[in-house]
Design a protein around this ligand. Structure first.
Ligand code: MOS
Length: 733
């Protein structure tokens, strides 16, 4: 029932998802579909001296083996491989392009067969001779050979002297390992060979139009000959932002064979792509004895490949969040013989704020201040870097409601002071911050006289609930029941949308629907006015709304015309409008979301097993479009934060430059038994500045700060400060 906006509406695509009705990129079929198996390099650096496919090709059912020697043509300039998310500097990876090996697991051949088992078997019969070169995959071995990046935020004051003269100081070095994307849906692409030079690509991606542009450039194809579809995405959060190599391989193969082709990476092969860069962060904080923060210094060193300088602004958050007259930053990049790192949920904030918030906890201990009280002392009503006030910031209420729900006031300040039987109990907290972004977006609405609307936009739903919030906003704006609205997305032929990333789609597409709905309303009113003795003859568009199938005056509900009558009178059965929404530049405010996270851990004193028994996450993210999917977003983020704090770590055997735990048996992510009580609170935050609906986005804020809150709780439980994630039990001995 209207209003749908804000309500706990279940996913409109939920039934399809749980009954198998939703199809993913690797599930689409076509007559004569060819299946592929990717062969990855066994060395981390060097070249392919010889590649012998004769034995593989002789296997019955094998159609072809593609290598750099026999692949169809592809672009030879870097520009063709740049995409909407590519870093500025460097040369994007091109699979099967030449004989160079840049990372272990790099695709070097593609075996194509009538079924996937045959392709995989034949792949084992391809013989490769390499000329290896010396590789480096260990971050710590290259700290003297770094690329210095321009600091993202302006330093302020004189941090060195402020630190030197601060009576209470903290210095700490924090480490976050490489973490790999492990969405349920693997990287997959199915290319349907339509004939006449046309292809339809089902791709696991967060941006169909980004992939469309990329494929057209790489293969020099006409835009109208390529359609990219991604109706459902089985998790992504950064792994599907850039077009990944499997889509290139699938298109290469389809063009070579002039047949439909499917490429699905195995779970192991997913580790040749998509990781959060390892990073070493040094934080220095200086304060007065009363807890006034004087200085923040944040240095980060992060990992990228040899061919692209991929990085995000790890250090920005430190200078923004807390009141401090002095702040400085440095960011270095280490180039290793690995694939390029990539975005992973709240890239830079998840890691940068982990280090900052662990350091803030350590300084609070040194100051003998309650960690929450210390944060309130440093609370800032302005973005400290830009000096701008926030369009809205209700972090104070996050602290208050979170602390109350958690029972923070019952905390004994001393470590090892709380127990439950043979378990030590620890309580920790941290702050989270993310950006509230919005991007230009186009939405089309087709409203029919029988009270049905189709709303389309080329965005994706990476599992976050985009279908549902779009349906809710459209239903409210058009005055229709939820099931009177159909949403179309994940198709490059639909109205323009950027990738679904940065937590910007909810704000962008919901306001986009408002804009286009208004255009529909205006046209309906024009039709209504043409009716004889129209009760709306003098009404202006701002005076009317759509409700229950009627165009109704806001002032006088008796003045109304049925939508069906208005359309019939004019002989139209359909109104179609497409509008692009551009958000006004607001250079007088900072736009951010915030959160406060409170965590309880219990640590077995004999075994050092850590369990996260309770988490309260209180979030301020403007207007919440859907209480249920928003709750799920933050709950899922907290689960991922538990993984970051306790489990996730990609381990490399540096002798071979190869990932050792490329599977989810040995790369640990939280399972049900690791997840106990998670409480999510959304505090009221009315934002009339950020955009008309006051929506600020939710996809990422929920993970920021979680690992720090847990790490701080472990210190409180055990008295041991572990600064290198994940905090596995061996580190607590
Ligand atoms: Mo997000 S890491 O922008 O999918």
């Amino acid at each position: 029932m209207a209003p749908y906006i804000g309500s706990a509406t279940s996913r409109v695509d939920g039934r399809d998802k749980v009954t198998g009705g939703a199809k993913y990129a690797g599930e689409f079929n076509a007559p004569g579909l060819v299946h592929a198996s990717v062969i990855g390099s066994a060395i981390a650096k060097g070249r392919i001296a010889r590649i012998d496919v004769s034995e593989a090709i002789s296997v019955g059912g094998v159609v072809a083996v593609l290598t750099h020697e026999n692949r169809p043509p592809m672009a030879d300039d870097d520009k063709a491989y740049k995409d909407a998310v590519a870093p500025d500097q460097g040369s994007p990876f091109r699979p099967l392009y030449d004989d160079r090996i840049r990372f272990s697991g790099q695709p070097i051949a593609l075996v194509l067969a009538e079924n996937s088992e045959t392709a995989r078997f034949a792949a084992s019969l391809v013989h490769v001779e390499y000329e290896p070169e010396k590789h480096v995959t260990d971050l710590y071995s290259k700290l003297n050979d770094v690329v210095s990046l321009k600091a993202p935020a302006k330093p302020r004051g004189d941090t060195a002297s402020a630190l030197a003269s601060s009576p209470v100081r903290h210095h700490g070095e924090y480490y976050v390992p490489i973490e790999h994307h492990n969405p349920m849906e693997p990287y997959a692409s199915t290319v349907i060979w339509e004939g006449g030079g046309k292809i339809t690509i089902y791709d696991k991606t967060q941006g169909v139009q980004n992939v469309h542009g990329y494929v057209c450039n790489v293969f020099n194809l006409k835009p109208e000959d390529v359609r990219v579809m991604s109706p459902f995405v089985g998790g992504a959060f950064g792994s599907g932002l850039r077009p990944q190599y499997q889509v290139v391989l699938a298109v290469l193969a389809a063009r070579a064979l002039e047949r439909s082709v499917r490429v699905v990476l195995t779970r192991q092969q997913m580790y040749s792509l998509g990781y959060r860069p390892a990073m070493i962060q040094r934080i220095d904080l200086g304060a007065e004895t009363d807890g006034t923060l004087n200085a923040i210094s944040h240095d980060a060193t992060t990992v990228t490949s040899q061919y692209e300088n991929f990085h995000r602004n790890e250090t920005t958050w430190s200078g923004l969040l807390y009141k401090s007259a002095n702040a400085k930053y440095a960011h270095n990049l280490v180039r290793l013989d690995l694939s390029t790192s990539c975005d992973m949920r709240a890239p830079s904030a998840t890691t940068g704020v982990y280090a900052l918030e662990a350091a803030m906890d350590e300084l609070a201990v040194a100051l003998k201040l309650d960690p929450l009280e210390f944060r309130l002392k440093c609370y800032s009503e302005r973005d400290q870097s830009s000096g701008l006030p926030f369009s809205s910031k209700n972090l104070r209420e996050c602290y208050r409601q979170g602390a109350e729900a958690f029972g923070w006031d019952k905390r004994s300040p001393e470590p090892r002071a709380m127990r439950d039987g043979r378990e030590l109990v620890g309580w920790g907290m941290a702050t989270g911050i993310w950006e509230a972004l919005q991007v230009p977006i186009a939405v089309r609405i087709a409203l029919t006289a029988n009270g049905h609307a189709e709303v389309s936009c080329a965005t994706s739903d990476i599992g976050t609930g985009t279908y549902t919030i779009m349906a809710q906003v459209a239903a409210d704006m058009l005055g229709l029941p939820l099931d009177g609205v159909d949403i179309r997305l994940g198709d490059s032929t639909l109205p323009q949308s950027p990738v679904e990333g940065g937590s910007w789609i909810a704000a962008s597409v919901s306001n986009g629907i408002v804009t286009t709905s208004r255009a529909v309303l205006k046209e309906l009113l024009r039709l209504a006015k043409e009716m004889p003795n129209s009760p709306l003859a003098t009404a202006a568009p701002e005076e009317v709304v759509l409700s229950g199938g009627m165009i109704v005056s806001r002032r006088d509900a008796a003045r109304a015309v049925s939508i069906a009558d208005a359309m019939q009178h004019d002989g139209v059965d359909r109104i179609v409008r497409e509008e692009t929404t551009r958000f006004a530049r607001d250079s007088s405010h900072a736009h951010n979301t915030h959160s406060a996270i409170f965590a309880e851990v219990k640590v077995d004193e004999q075994l050092n097993v850590v369990r996260v028994t309770r988490v309260v996450s209180a979030v301020a993210a403007g207007r919440i479009l859907n209480a249920k999917t928003a709750h799920s977003q933050v709950m899922g983020s907290v689960v991922w934060g538990i993984g970051m704090a306790l489990h996730e770590e990609t381990l490399i055997d540096h002798a071979f430059g190869r990932i050792m735990n490329a599977n989810i048996a040995e790369y640990h992510v939280p399972v049900n038994a690791d997840v106990q009580d998670i409480k999510v609170i959304f505090v009221d935050e009315k934002d009339e500045i950020v955009n008309p609906l006051g929506v600020k986005g939710l996809g990422e804020i929920g993970i920021v700060g979680v690992a720090a809150a847990i790490a701080n709780a472990i210190y409180h439980a055990t008295g041991k400060r572990v600064r290198a994630l994940p905090i596995t039990l061996d580190k607590l001995y």
